[in-house]
Design a protein around this ligand. Structure first.
Ligand code: NAI
Length: 437
């Protein structure tokens, strides 16, 4: 559904009027297109504390962004060496003079170190970076985003930095992403190649429409052969999407007890990317919620994810280097009235991801992460009553709803062959929603 307020504020009179009235000022977001794949402006590389994180300069050079100080479209502040209040002050000193000049739809990425359990001063100031980034994200405006990446080796974080420093991450702000080193292989190739998923097979559940369709489209853009899975009732749409993307349709209710076996039988050569996107809502306050509104939500959103993941891993159907991306929701992280069933199911997805990720990587060479969408413009949110819909749209730092492609781009980054060191993360795609922030 069109966001008329966003269109109105994009006009000069609309901007003037809404500014006078103190209303939200959403800026049109710059998203990826084949014609304009990168940010429009230079990258500014700053350091606070020291020493710098190893290997950062070549990783930033490979973004293709020119370096420069005037009107930067991207600012990377390496704060991995911040260990005390004096070096934390260097964060302020570095960004205070440049923040005003960062271009519209620009990116600020702060690099932090893992918290040191044996040094509470380091842990305090490194944790301080989270509050700093989230606060700056809330005040910076003009479609600009601010994120924090915790890392020890820049090479392992290349796909993550390239994603955050690109138009693909338009609706990702206020996030803290930890990138390890386990799971990263130099042989996975550069993060910047054109068709990173060429030769790979990706299965997306619930892909006949909405966010799942956008995910399938984006993974196909990145070279994957996509399997579009949806319920038998959605067969026509599933076939249409699969045909458009040169993929395959698979009609199957993902809650079927043998869903994992049927997927494995359908894909005898195995699978590289498994996207658990299918999801349903049956909203009602707990006091009015009969068991028949509780169980289907838990079964589609969580039970089927647990069962199919277990079955496919046990059968070895996910090839080494595989990627699992599940779909949580900010309702699962923050809670939402009328959604005890949905919130429970989506929080369960986050629990599954955090527990399984290290084992899946060690035993199968497969990473497990989740995306947690906020307010995304889909048929589901178009059905929300007008007043609540407007509130949902505006209650985030970017003052607008996201698009299915924003979730899809985030999923494609997690599915990237060079993202092996990103594991066990739950990344919100919510424009830094005020809910549970
Ligand atoms: P949607 O309702 O437009 O699409 C969901 C798809 O899943 C449909 O094609 C449906 O047929 C399929 N599906 C449902 N049950 C299935 C089953 N048992 N087996 C196979 N396929 C099944 O939903 P939307 O908005 O695209 O959401 C996609 C995912 O994102 C869901 O997991 C949802 O919970 C999550 N999400 C969406 C948000 C939004 O703002 N739209 C916000 C947060 C999370």
């Amino acid at each position: 559904m069109a966001d008329r307020y966003l269109s109105f504020t994009a006009t000069a009179p609309g901007r003037l009027l809404t500014r006078r009235l103190g209303l939200p000022q959403p800026a049109p977001l710059r998203r990826w297109t084949a014609q304009r794949p990168g940010l429009d402006g230079p990258l500014l590389h700053l350091t606070a504390g020291g020493p710098p994180v190893p290997g950062l300069a070549p990783v930033l050079a490979r973004t293709g962004l020119p370096t420069g100080t005037t009107g930067p479209a991207a600012v990377v502040l390496d704060a991995t060496g911040v260990r005390d209040l004096d070096t934390l002050a260097e964060v302020h000193a570095a960004l205070h003079p440049v923040v005003r000049s960062v271009a519209a739809s620009g990116r600020i990425v702060v690099l932090g170190a893992p918290l040191d359990a044996r040094d509470h001063h380091q842990a305090a100031v490194q944790q301080a970076l989270e509050g700093f980034v989230r606060s700056l994200g809330k005040e910076i405006g003009r479609g600009r985003t601010v994120n924090l990446v915790r890392l020890t080796d820049a090479a392992a974080a290349e796909s993550t930095l390239h994603f955050l420093l690109s138009p693909r991450s338009a609706y990702v702000s206020g996030q803290v992403i930890a990138v390890g080193t386990a799971g990263f292989e130099e042989s996975d190739g550069p993060a910047s190649r054109a068709l990173p998923l060429a030769g790979r097979t990706a299965l997306v559940t619930g892909a006949a429409r909405g966010i799942g369709e956008a995910v399938a489209e984006t993974l196909a853009r990145d070279g994957a052969h996509v399997v579009v899975l949806d319920v038998p009732q959605a067969e026509e749409d599933a076939r249409r999407v699969a045909a458009r993307l040169g993929g395959t349709a698979l009609t199957l209710d993902i809650t079927a007890a043998d869903a994992g076996e049927r997927i494995a039988a359908e894909l005898p050569d195995g699978l590289d990317v498994l996207i658990h996107n299918a999801g349903i809502t049956r909203d009602r306050r707990l006091v009015n919620m009969p068991a028949d509104r509780w169980s289907p939500v838990l079964d589609v959103n969580l039970g089927s994810v647990l069962r199919t993941t277990d079955a496919l891993l046990a059968k070895g159907a996910l090839r080494t280097g595989g990627r699992i991306v599940a779909t949580a929701s900010i309702a699962g992280l923050a809670g939402n009235a009328g959604q005890t069933n949905y919130g429970a199911s989506k929080a369960g997805v986050a629990g599954l991801v955090r527990s399984l990720a290290p084992r899946a990587l060690a035993e199968h060479g497969v990473t497990v992460n989740a995306v947690a969408p906020g307010f995304i413009e889909t048929r589901m949110t178009a059905a929300v009553p007008l007043f609540i819909r407007e509130a949902g749209r505006r209650m985030n730092s970017l003052a607008q709803g996201g698009l299915p492609v924003d979730v899809a781009e985030t999923t494609a980054w997690l599915a990237h062959p060079a993202s092996g060191a990103v594991n066990g993360q739950v990344v919100r795609v919510c424009g830094q929603s005020l809910l549970g922030a």
